[in-house]
Design a protein around this ligand. Sequence first.
Ligand code: PMV
Length: 331
Amino acid sequence: MRDIQSLFIKNILNGTRSNLKECGTAFAASNIALCKYWGKRAVALNLPVNSSLSISLGHLGTHTEIRQGNQDRVMLNGSEMAVNEPFVVRTLEFLDGFRPLLGNTYFEVRTQNNIPTAAGLASSASGFAALVMALNNWAGWELDGQRLSMLARLGSGSAARSIFDGFVQWNAGTNPDGSDSFAEPMAQIWPEFRIGILKISEAQKPIGSREGMNRTVATSELYKSWPAQAEADLATLRTAIDTQDFTTLGKTAEHNALSMHATMMAAWPPLIYLQPDTLEQIHTVQRVRADGLEVYLTIDAGPNIKLLFLEKTQATVAAAFPDVEIIQPFG
Ligand code: PMV
């Protein structure tokens, strides 16, 4: 698997010269999928079964610095992490693919997240996107967004989308070599669009999305209907974004997320990322919507909820959900 990734990286960087400066830096925003990526058609290259569509989280994301060190070191939010921490293992495994192209150097990586790590708030998306962009900055590669997206994809599928801001589509592609599986930004801007984070739990999820996806694809009977639904939802969402049809966007995103959770629950052993408090908030969303407040939700592979609404309902949403953290993706 690592050989396949290393070869892919080598091909992407073919003909690109590395000219290391003192330090590389980058910021990448996290993203929330409105049409989810769930399931891989090829595990080693993180190639998805279906295309997906996301919105970036503005100021919430990851800032990364990378430089040469005397040994591999990874700092997360100011603290040095032990080399056997899963976060460090994953970061260094990813960087191993780049090492031969950078003079077999040791890496010193400083990562600053302003979102909770691994709480279903997509920190791996912004994390790997920021890491690839920091490498690009450090080595002076000047790669375009398409190639940055393909490299970020190797770390975490959803990172392919975090290379760009705003609405972003990640095309699943069909080539077995992964050369047509990358994200592209959409031009549409929707300043009134709001996302509300309802933090249910910051605990690390027991089963990561990598294992969760593989188990769902292998054992969930309901997964068979997922690829077609995802492709249809994506088309509906694109039109809703084009026409600023918030009702269609909200309904489609919520239906897509809960359908994904249904495929997970139908896996064996079952994957239940939702906590009792998640269910309680889902019911609250349904209740306030029945009372006329246009708010929808989406949930990733974790217990936390992201509300979708427009600026005109912001005060009412904040009153109905006092703990909500409101984000302006186009702010
Ligand atoms: O990028 P990964 O491997 O962490 O998978 C992300 C999966 C979801 O967050 C559930 C969906 C998505 O499209 O972001």
